[in-house]
Design a protein around this ligand. Structure first.
Ligand code: PLP
Length: 401
C-alpha cells in the first residue's frame, strides 16, 4: 500500500473533511428523522415522462446526444435555456452569453477557479451556502461575511465595510449571494436591498454572483427583481440549476453572464470535464419544451409549501419560546436560532441523533469564528410531513434538557 501523504499536493493537504459530516455519519443506517439533508422529495420527479423522453432522445437523436459536445453546451439547449430564463423575468443582455455546467456546484467551482486569486476579497452573506464557502476557501479567498436579517444581506453594513476597506486600499473582487429563499436561512432579499447592492457593486467595482436555485418554485406571490435584471453593466453572473425543478441526478446547471466572463469560464471548464453530459442536455431541452420542468416546479411548489407550513407550525407549537426563525417564501430550509446564545448546537447533535433526529449545526455556514453556534439548519423538502412534526418535537426536548 502506498502512503498517500507523501504524494498529496500542498493544495489538497489543506482540504478538510467536514466535522459535521463525520457527526452525521452517526445517523447513517439508523431509523432517524433527518432534517439534515438537502434533497428534493422524489415525489416531484416525473419518472414516466423523463423515461419516455430519454428513450426518444436515444433512439431518434442518439448520434448527437450520445456524442461529445461543445464545452459551452449544446447550442440548441443553450437557446432553450435562454428562453427559459427570459420567461422567468431574468434579463438577458445582448452582451450576455450562457454556459451549461455540471450542476450549479460546478458553476461555482469554475467561477472560483477563473476569477479568484489567493488573498482576493470575496464577500458573502452570513450565513451562506456551505459548498460555495468551500469553493472560495479552496481558492484561498479572504472571506468577508456580512450579516443578514429578515430582508437579506444588510447592505448598509456592506456599504460601511466597503468604505472602510477602500480607505485601507483594499478592493473587493466579488460578492456571492443567494438572494431568493436562501440556503441555509430561507431569507429573501428585499428589492430595496437588491437595488442598493447593485449600486454598491457599480460604485466599488466588483462582480456579483447571483446563485438562484429556488426562485422557480416560490410559495408566495412575492414581487422582486433579479439582481441580473437590475444590473446594466454586466457585473452579475447569474447561476441556476435544474436540480430542484427537474432532477439533481441529471447534473444540469448554467451561468448567464457577460460574454467576456463566459469565455474565461469556458476555458476553465474545458480542462475540468470537457463538457456537461450531452445526454442530460438533450433530455432537459425536451423537458423544458414539453412542460415537464414547469410541471415539476409546480409540484415542488405545492408539496414544499405544505411541508414548510408543517415545519413552521411545529416550530411555533414546540419551540417558539426557545428559538426564532424567518418563515421562508421558498426553498427547502428553515434556520432556527436558539434564544440562549450559550448553546452550541454542534454539542447537542449526538444527543439529538440518539433521540432519533438529525439537523445541521449552523456554525459552518458562517465565516466569523464567533457566530452561528446557536443556530441549526432544518430541511423540510425531503422528510414526510408527520416526521417533520415529530422531529421538531424531539428537538424541542433535546434543547430543553
Ligand atoms: C444555494 C445553492 N447553490 C448551489 C447548489 C448546488 O446545486 P447543484 O449543483 O445540484 O445544481 C445548491 C444545492 O443545494 C444550493 O442550495
Amino acid at each position: 500500500m502506498v502512503d498517500a501523504s507523501k504524494y498529496v499536493s500542498e493544495r489538497a493537504r489543506k482540504f478538510r473533511a467536514s466535522e459535521i459530516r463525520e457527526l452525521l455519519k452517526l445517523a447513517e443506517g439508523k431509523n432517524i428523522i433527518s432534517l439534515a439533508g438537502g434533497l428534493p422529495d422524489p415525489r416531484v420527479f416525473d419518472k414516466e415522462r423523463l423515461a419516455e423522453i430519454a428513450r426518444r432522445v436515444v433512439l431518434e437523436e442518439g448520434d448527437a446526444a450520445l456524442q461529445y459536445s461543445p464545452t459551452l453546451g449544446v447550442t440548441a439547449f443553450r437557446e432553450a435555456l435562454k428562453g427559459f430564463v427570459k420567461y422567468h423575468g431574468i434579463r438577458v443582455h445582448d452582451f450576455d452569453d450562457i454556459i451549461v455546467t455540471t450542476g450549479s456546484q460546478e458553476a461555482l467551482y469554475i467561477i472560483g477557479r477563473a476569477l479568484v486569486n489567493p488573498g482576493d476579497i470575496v464577500v458573502v452573506e452570513e450565513p451562506t451556502y456551505l459548498a460555495a464557502l468551500n469553493v472560495f476557501k479552496q481558492y484561498e479567498a479572504r472571506l468577508v461575511g456580512i450579516p443578514i436579517d429578515g430582508e437579506g444581506m444588510r447592505t448598509d453594513i456592506l456599504e460601511e465595510k466597503l468604505k472602510e476597506m477602500a480607505g485601507r486600499g483594499e478592493k473587493v473582487k466579488l460578492l456571492y449571494t443567494v438572494p431568493t429563499a436562501q440556503n441555509p436561512s430561507g431569507v429573501t432579499m428585499s428589492n430595496e436591498r437588491r437595488k442598493h447592492l447593485i449600486e454598491l457593486a457599480s460604485k466599488y467595482d466588483f462582480l456579483v454572483v447571483e446563485d438562484d436555485p429556488y426562485s422557480f418554485f416560490l410559495f408566495e406571490d412575492v414581487k422582486f427583481d433579479f439582481l441580473k435584471t437590475l444590473d446594466d453593466e454586466g457585473r452579475v453572473l447569474y447561476t441556476s440549476t435544474m436540480s430542484k425543478i427537474l432532477a439533481p441526478g441529471l447534473r444540469i446547471g448554467w451561468v448567464l453572464a457577460d460574454k467576456s466572463i463566459v469565455n474565461v469560464l469556458e476555458l476553465t471548464k474545458q480542462a475540468i470535464d470537457l463538457h456537461t453530459p450531452t445526454f442530460s442536455q438533450y433530455i432537459v431541452k425536451h423537458a423544458i419544451e414539453e412542460g415537464v420542468v414547469a410541471d415539476t416546479a409546480s409540484r415542488a411548489r405545492e408539496l414544499y409549501r405544505r411541508k414548510r407550513d408543517v415545519m413552521i407550525g411545529a416550530l411555533e407549537e414546540y419551540m417558539s419560546d426557545i428559538a426564532s426563525w424567518v418563515k421562508p417564501i421558498g426553498g427547502m430550509f428553515v434556520m432556527a436560532t436558539l434564544n440562549n446564545d450559550k448553546i452550541d448546537t454542534k454539542k447537542y447533535l449526538t444527543r439529538a441523533i440518539e433521540k432519533g433526529v438529525a439537523y445541521v449545526p449552523g456554525k459552518s455556514f458562517f465565516v466569523s469564528e464567533d457566530k452561528g453556534h446557536n443556530t441549526m439548519r432544518l430541511n423540510f423538502s425531503y422528510p414526510p410531513e408527520d416526521k417533520i412534526r415529530e422531529g421538531i418535537r424531539i428537538l424541542s426536548e433535546v434543547f430543553r434538557e
